[in-house]
Ligand binder design. Structure first.
Ligand code: 4AD
Ligand code: MG
Length: 477
């Protein structure tokens, strides 16, 4: 008897074949119909037992959440909703699940409740679908880069440099609280710490990835990054996964092309590989939207949104053009923005990004050539002396999906910028070396993987697209 998973059984046309399947009970109706799920697909297999010939004790132990091993015959289903089912000849309860205590009841649970039970939430339809899509998306990311000549580089997680210069790093130290040795002037003496210097968790692998671009030509990272920013929003995590390609001899236009092509390719990929899960998530979102007032409902279903992104060009707009659109916009004139747009140079807030993407352009937008003083130190200064070759890719419902730039490849310009921002040249000696030995135009970007998963699955809270979210005041599991 062959052991098969539920996905294989549902796909098979092997009527009357004997099979063995293991899984968890989702529901048990009429002492007869057991819906089994094993995580291989969003769909359950219906297993029909002959209750008259099944011991009373066994019947009682078939409860939601219990693990079972079933042997039986694949038959055409009489019922609606599935083509085949299993006529059970043997059932063994592998692991009981007390029906009164099991948190995941066969009913609708709130996402807040499920977050508190993150160790069990992957057993629900929504979370199993999201996590399978996340897994396939990861694979699509690697596939895209590997097929396009990029080298996967594992940049360090513990680092001495603040790649973004934003001071949002989690410290890594082996000193015990209050027992850290001090220097003569009363500061903590990190020279006596584990690494002999002050270290933190990385906020981005970019600077190290640049060393690989400037040797292997095309590199990408895909790993965890950490930000100690106290943002309690539906789009921020303290620990998230970032994808960072970096390419030598590529300017900002090439960078925009790469970002657009990359996003379209991985979406196209999962539209193929995750059909059932995306169909389920599409329905789920449509249901959820029905509870919203008409004006707040999205005009497109999830699947249509994904197809729209794949099939249409992203709109490319300079910061200055975007600034003019925003300044002349209705919400700005009617003072509806929390941060009014008056002076060129202002940083764009998420309300502005959302206006541009959701109201004005109604498609993904790439903003480029930002004012230098709102962007990081490593970005290539334009000839105007006041803007840098930066780009952000903005998505409907998400806001910033990608942040990237052409890098400052000129030694003197970079050193001047670092001086102006009080960034220690000694700390970044190796980064400056790239500009001393064979410097060249190069560019890259960072894409927040969870924001991509959010967009792909239609989940509104970023905490629901990562297995165990880390956010301010929360590091359970
Ligand atoms: O715009 P950011 O800060 O750019 C960088 O870190 C660059 N070093 C990337 C590069 O050029 N190689 O972050 C990049 C992306 C953002 O666009 C966003 O999608 C995501 O990372 N991101 C977050 N995602 C979840 N939670 C957070 N707290 C995030 N902060 C940034
Ligand atoms: Mg950014």
């Amino acid at each position: 008897m062959t052991q098969k998973n539920v996905a294989e059984i549902l796909k098979s046309d092997s009527i009357l074949q004997e099979v063995h399947v293991n899984g968890w009970v989702r529901t048990f109706r009429s002492n007869r119909f057991i819906a089994i799920n094993d995580g291989s697909t969003i769909n359950n297999i219906q297993c029909v037992i002959d209750f008259e010939n099944t011991p009373e004790d066994t019947l009682k132990r078939i409860t939601t959440g219990s693990a079972v091993s079933i042997k039986g015959t694949i038959v055409e289903s009489q019922g609606k909703g599935q083509s085949v089912e299993i006529q059970v000849s043997e059932i063994e309860i592998l692991g009981d699940s007390n029906a009164d205590e099991y948190p995941i009841q066969p009913k609708k649970h709130s996402f807040e409740f499920l977050r508190e039970n993150a160790h069990l939430r992957v057993r629900t339809n929504t979370f199993s679908a999201v996590m399978r899509v996340r897994s396939k998306l990861s694979f699509a990311v690697h596939k895209y880069f590997q097929e396009n000549g990029f080298n996967y580089v594992n940049t360090p997680i513990i680092t001495g440099t603040d790649a973004e210069g934003a001071g949002e790093m989690f410290k890594v130290t082996n000193f015990e609280t209050n027992k850290a040795p001090l220097t003569e002037d009363g500061k903590i003496d990190y020279s006596k710490d584990f690494f002999g210097k002050e270290t933190s968790l990385t906020v981005s692998g970019q600077l190290e990835a640049e060393t690989f671009a400037m040797s292997l030509g095309k590199a990408y990272t895909f790993g965890p990054t950490f930000r100690a920013e106290n943002s309690n929003t539906t789009r921020h995590l303290a620990e998230f996964w970032m994808i960072e390609p970096e390419v030598a001899f590529m300017d900002l236009d090439g960078n925009m092309d790469l970002a657009e092509d990359f996003i379209k390719s991985v979406l196209k990929d999962v539209l193929e590989t995750c059909k059932d899960d995306l169909a389920f998530l599409d329905q789920r979102l449509t249901q959820e939207e029905k509870s919203k007032p008409q004006a707040e409902r999205s005009e497109m279903s999830l699947l249509n949104k994904l197809k729209f992104v794949v099939d249409n060009n992203f709109k490319r707009v300079s910061y200055t053009e975007a600034f003019d659109i925003l300044r002349n916009s209705k919400p700005n004139k009617k003072k509806k923005f929390q941060y009014p747009i008056n002076e060129w140079g202002a940083d764009l807030q998420s309300e502005h990004e959302r206006y541009l993407v959701e109201k004005h352009f109604k498609c993904p937008v790439i903003l480029f050539d930002y004012p230098a003083n709102i962007k990081a130190f490593y970005m290539r200064l334009n000839d105007d002396g006041k803007t840098v070759r930066a780009m952000d890719v903005l998505f409907p419902g998400i806001g910033e999906m990608v942040g990237g730039s052409q890098r400052e490849e000129r030694f003197d310009v970079l050193v001047d910028k670092m001086k102006a921002l009080d960034i220690d040249e000694k700390e970044l000696w190796w980064y400056l070396d790239l500009r001393k030995y064979g410097t060249a135009v190069h560019s890259g970007f960072g894409l927040g993987f969870e924001r991509l998963v959010q967009f792909t699955t239609g989940m509104s809270n970023i905490r629901d697209v990562i297995p165990f979210p880390r956010t301010p005041q929360n590091a359970e599991f």
